[in-house]
Write a protein that binds this ligand. Structure first.
Ligand SMILES: [Zn+2]
Length: 140
């Protein structure tokens, strides 16, 4: 699982790859942890559930013949995927793309908080999708 302090490092594929521990259940060449990580996905630690660090899309129930890029872009606009498709390198992201993606992540977080589907912990744990939504906000 992703620790709360590793948010920035999720911009690097090797850090995303590190989220795929021994619990990753599949042994598919097409849908390997390496390929998922290179395409923006982080393992959520539950069955085969993954989430894109940039657009927040969650995918699961992978099949051996799945195409990661096609599944990623289905009904979805992802700045990171667009960057890869335009020839950008996962390992050498330019600053402008990184900032655009960071802005998009924060925008999504703010929308979630304003619509009361999130609480303060979402600021730290963008990638923990397993907790219940809509809990009352805790005041400290
Ligand atoms: Zn994405």
């Amino acid at each position: 699982m992703i620790s709360q302090t590793s948010f920035i490092s999720l911009f690097h594929p090797d850090s995303r790859l590190a989220s795929f521990g021994a619990d990753w259940p599949l042994d598919f060449e097409n849908v390997s942890p390496r390929k998922l990580a290179d395409n923006g996905f982080v393992y959520l630690g539950n069955e085969d559930h993954v989430k894109c660090f940039a657009c927040g899309k969650e995918l699961q129930n992978w099949e051996e013949t799945d195409n990661i890029v096609e599944e990623h872009q289905r009904r979805n606009e992802c700045l990171y995927l667009n960057y890869l498709k335009s020839g950008g390198s996962a390992y050498d992201m330019d600053l402008k793309t990184a900032l655009d993606i960071a802005k998009e992540i924060h925008r999504r977080t703010i929308v979630a908080i304003e619509s009361d589907t999130a609480d303060e912990s979402d600021l730290k744990t963008h990638f923990n999708s397993s907790k219940p939504k809509g809990r009352p906000k805790k005041k400290v």
